[in-house]
Design a binder for this molecule. Structure first.
Ligand SMILES: *Cc1c(COP(=O)(O)O)cnc(C)c1O
Length: 225
């Protein structure tokens, strides 16, 4: 079921001329077996928003016979909390929901510690979530002024790779587009070449039109939660 949905979505991306956009399959609330199924069908990028859920689920994913070059890449897409930094560093390759300097510093410390202990660890990458809808309390995100006040942390252990945002929670297409356009403008002006993580099941087509390089799609692949 999910494999067919994933294929249909990939076809849609190709039709829209965005075959190369990175598609993160958001598997939160769905069992490890679903993730295993998609890995066997050749998919690599998966998103989870809860650290505890990921910690319990990832070890149950069956990777027997999967060559290292096809092994999954896990994206933490929920709000990044300083207290969870150690766990995030041990579980995920990417964090999309960094929205405070203190949380980024905590993650950088955790990644450094892991780098010293684990020669296999290639470092983590992160994106800063920017609040462009004024719904800060609900959806999280760094205020634009804070983002632009000083260059983001970037190191071997924790590399800054881009910006993430969410559209307004009412899903209004016009305001969604404005938020995505604004994120792109900030990227073009201040972080040229950086990734843009924007677009979910309900608004990924708008996001693609506005230059998204990573979309995070859950329900359209796995069904409703
Ligand atoms: C759940 C979630 C998604 C995916 O949402 P769908 O509407 O199911 O596609 C994307 N991004 C974040 C941050 C999420 O929490």
């Amino acid at each position: 079921m999910s494999v067919e949905q994933l294929e249909a979505l990939k076809n849609r991306l190709a039709v829209l001329g965005h075959r190369d956009t990175r598609l993160i399959a958001v598997s939160k609330t769905h069992p490890a077996s679903k993730i295993t199924e998609l890995i066997r069908a050749g998919h690599r990028d998966f998103g989870e928003n809860r650290v505890n859920e990921a910690r319990d689920k990832f070890p149950q994913i069956d990777l027997t016979g999967i060559p290292p070059g096809s092994s999954p890449i896990y994206h933490h897409i929920g709000p990044l909390q300083s207290g969870a930094a150690r766990q995030v560093a041990g579980l995920f390759g990417y964090a999309h929901g960094a929205s405070s300097r203190s949380a980024i510093e905590a993650l950088a410390r955790a990644c450094r510690a892991r780098l010293e202990k684990d020669s296999q660890f290639a470092g983590m990458r992160y994106l800063i979530q920017v609040d462009l809808t004024g719904e800060e309390s609900k959806l999280g995100g760094m205020a634009r002024e804070v983002l632009l006040a000083e260059p983001p942390h970037s190191s071997e252990a924790l590399k800054f790779v881009g910006l993430m945002t969410m559209g307004p929670s009412d899903g209004d297409p016009g305001r969604t587009r404005l938020a995505f356009q604004e994120l792109r403008r900030i990227r073009d002006t201040s972080f040229p070449g950086a990734e843009l993580s924007m677009g979910m099941s309900g608004d990924f087509e708008i996001a693609l039109e506005e230059g998204s390089t990573m979309i995070r799609v859950g329900s359209l692949i796995f069904g409703s939660r």
